[in-house]
Design a protein around this ligand. Structure first.
Ligand SMILES: CC(C)(COP(=O)(O)OP(=O)(O)OC[C@H]1O[C@@H](n2cnc3c(N)ncnc32)[C@H](O)[C@@H]1OP(=O)(O)O)[C@@H](O)C(=O)NCCC(=O)NCCS
Length: 176
């Protein structure tokens, strides 16, 4: 996936691009301020470099430092959304939604049919984000998270079938 820019209704342009080594400090800072049980720098480093991991960052004005990131992992027709976060001062501007849109399009292009994720039951912002992008709850993993211990809800989104494959499947948007 190349980079691409969006302009929001209030005329703020943000840039989505692949993550590189030099982004890791910013990413780890956002991760630590976003999660009680954050990933380590090494966990992020292992996912740099492309397929099967999709690892994108969004840069935002005024300084165009990393404002958020999204990571997904594709295996055959299934994918898992592994992580998404936006720095607190940039939340509520549509950045996570647009990152997710871009990743879902890229996954569809890779032949993925179904995307899964887990989310803390209490994380209403993330649940709203995923719901807004067509994910539905399909199950629960008891005591899945630590610090604090909490159930995960499992969510799933069936992806649109690529243009050339339409005649092979009538099942697009099955969950929407
Ligand atoms: C969850 C998170 C990534 C959302 O990022 P964001 O950039 O603020 O989200 P967006 O502005 O793109 O919002 C996307 C959608 O989610 C909804 N949403 C986002 N935050 C919300 C909140 N606090 N309450 C209700 N709905 C919310 C928006 O209404 C929006 O829906 P719409 O597109 O239909 O208008 C951000 O709050 C975050 O980084 N949280 C900490 C890390 C985290 O919990 N990650 C998810 C782990 S599973």
């Amino acid at each position: 996936m190349g980079s691409h820019a969006w302009t929001s209704p209030d005329n703020v342009t943000a840039l989505l691009r692949s993550a590189v080594d030099a982004d890791l400090n910013d990413i780890v800072e956002i991760e630590r301020s976003s999660f009680a049980d954050p990933w380590t720098e090494e966990s992020f480093r292992r996912l740099l470099g492309g397929h099967p991991a999709i690892f994108q960052v969004v840069e935002n004005p005024p300084d165009f430092r990393v404002a958020g990131y999204v990571i997904a992992f594709a295996i055959g027709e299934d994918a898992e959304l592994l992580n998404v976060a936006v720095e607190s001062k940039f939340r509520g501007r549509g950045l996570a939604g647009r990152m997710l849109d871009a990743v879902l399009i890229e996954l569809g292009g890779l032949g993925v049919r179904t995307a899964f994720l887990e989310v803390r039951e209490s994380n209403s912002a993330a649940r709203a984000l995923y719901g807004s992008r067509g994910f539905i709850e399909i199950g629960r993993r008891r005591n899945y998270y630590r610090r604090p211990v909490e159930d995960a809800l499992v969510m799933r989104r069936i992806l649109e079938v690529a243009e050339g494959d339409k005649e092979k499947s009538a099942g697009s948007f099955a969950d929407r």
